[in-house]
Design a protein around this ligand. Structure first.
Ligand SMILES: O=C(O)C1=C[C@@H](OP(=O)(O)O)[C@@H](O)[C@H](O)C1
Ligand SMILES: C=C(OP(=O)(O)O)C(=O)O
Length: 409
């Protein structure tokens, strides 16, 4: 469904509850499958979480996890140790282009029985689960942290635990810290040392609940809205100051763009406190890759330049996000230069109107561009893609008085 988005220009105000973090949810679902005493509150209702939950209820056969990267990577490790299981693990056409070789090589080196069904290095995979007894594995750390988290989530169920030797610099590091924090929450001993992760074996975990915090990557679109507004105050509930999610750093980043965050007991308020803006924003986003699209588009809307680095993982996400950003920002009149790991937006004097934004099966393309409706008229193609992480996104925009209309083009 293609949509047209507009806003009457009044103050943006509202009180919203965004669904639980899909990253926290998908970690705790895998752990709950290993340790059934684990309880979860505020589980995400994203497609990526629903698809993982359904997969974990299957005893054999073909599992299709669609676009869900974490589900693909976490299940590869989980099914490799699911004794007696015989599965084909597949996904969307894009998932079949997202590399998984490093994780498969690591699991095979531990004795796992995993075969490629079509193309070497890519899903679909045939996985025959078996007991693994190896206690040490090596893995290149700068391609995707999800491979590492996948191994960490099965590690405590291995008879001797697991030492993961990390080769090279670690990318998306806060997601590794999140995995460690969640393991520790349930009493599992897990620690990150320079270039290695050590996880002790654990037969039973503490009888505890994990209350999933709402998703900070999803909150980023409201930071963008507030930054692009004339006047705004938006309350988002189920957030806390001490977050497990690295993307909570969005609160610091948007201070430079006039957005103030106030933490309440279980919520945050975002307020537009300044119309001053830097001429140019320079950021290294290797720790928060999912914020790249939000920030690039905010800068486009504010008419400021930006230079975003640390983006080497963006090419293997839901789409090649660097190319997708360049294509769509240039439709608005901007000049954008990209390399393998960097995006440079050169300032754009005025935004073109009635631009039709293509979304490339990427939820974040749709949500990142939507706030530009405060600055110009725009259409978003295939708007339903948002359900990958945030099914209520358009309903929440309507609650902020956006008009979101179906469009036939
Ligand atoms: O572990 C996770 O939950 C995630 C890790 C990141 O991926 P990479 O480690 O591949 O960068 C992030 O982009 C993704 O949305 C979620
Ligand atoms: C990259 C993302 O997800 P995944 O890799 O889990 O598909 C994302 O949500 O931005």
């Amino acid at each position: 469904m293609n949509i047209q988005i507009s806003h009457p220009g009044t103050k943006l105000s509202g009180d919203l509850q965004i669904t639980g973090s899909k990253s926290e949810s998908n970690r705790v679902l895998i752990l709950q499958a290993v340790y059934p005493s684990i309880k979860i509150e505020n589980l995400s209702n994203s497609d990526d979480t629903k698809v993982l939950k359904k997969a974990l209820s299957q005893a054999s056969g073909t599992i299709d996890i669609h676009h869900a990267g974490t589900a693909m990577r976490f299940l590869t490790a989980y099914l490799a140790v699911y004794e007696g299981g015989n599965f084909i693990l597949t996904g969307s056409e894009r998932m079949k282009e997202r590399p998984i070789k490093l994780l498969v090589d690591a699991l095979r080196s531990m004795g796992a029985n995993i075969e490629y069904v079509v193309n070497e290095g890519f899903p679909p995979l045939r996985i025959q689960g078996k007991k693994l007894t190896c206690n040490e594995v090596k893995l290149k750390a700068n391609i995707s942290s999800q491979y590492i988290s996948a191994l960490m989530l099965i590690a405590p169920s291995l008879p001797e635990g697991l030492v993961i030797d990390l080769e090279g610099p670690l990318t998306s590091a806060p997601y590794i810290s999140m995995t460690i924090d969640i393991l520790q929450h349930f009493g599992i001993e897990a620690r990150l040392e320079p270039q290695r992760i050590v996880i002790e074996p654990r037969a039973k975990v503490l009888n505890k609940t994990l209350h999933v915090e709402s998703d900070w990557s999803s909150a980023s679109y409201f930071y963008s809205l507030v930054a692009l507004s004339e006047d705004a105050e938006i309350k988002l509930s189920n957030y806390r100051n001490e977050s497990l999610q690295g993307d909570s750093n969005v609160a610091n980043i948007y201070k430079q763009l006039g957005v103030e965050t106030t933490f309440h007991e279980n919520a945050i308020s975002l307020k537009k406190v300044s119309h001053k803006k830097p001429l140019r924003l320079g950021l290294d986003l290797k720790n928060t890759p999912d914020l790249a699209q939000t920030i690039a588009v905010t800068c486009l809307g504010l008419g400021i330049e930006c230079n975003l680095s640390g983006l080497h993982t963006l090419k293997i996400k839901e789409t090649d996000r660097l190319q997708a950003l360049k294509n769509e920002m240039e439709k608005f009149g901007a000049t954008v230069n990209i390399t393998n790991d960097n995006l440079q937006l050169l300032s754009c004097a005025s935004l073109k109107e009635n631009v039709q934004v293509a979304t490339y099966n990427d939820h974040r393309m749709a949500m990142a561009f939507a706030p530009l409706a405060l600055k110009t008229s725009l259409l978003v193609n295939d708007a339903e893609v948002v359900s990958k992480s945030y099914p209520e996104f358009w309903e929440h925009l309507k609650a902020l008085k956006f008009e979101v209309k179906q469009h036939d083009n």
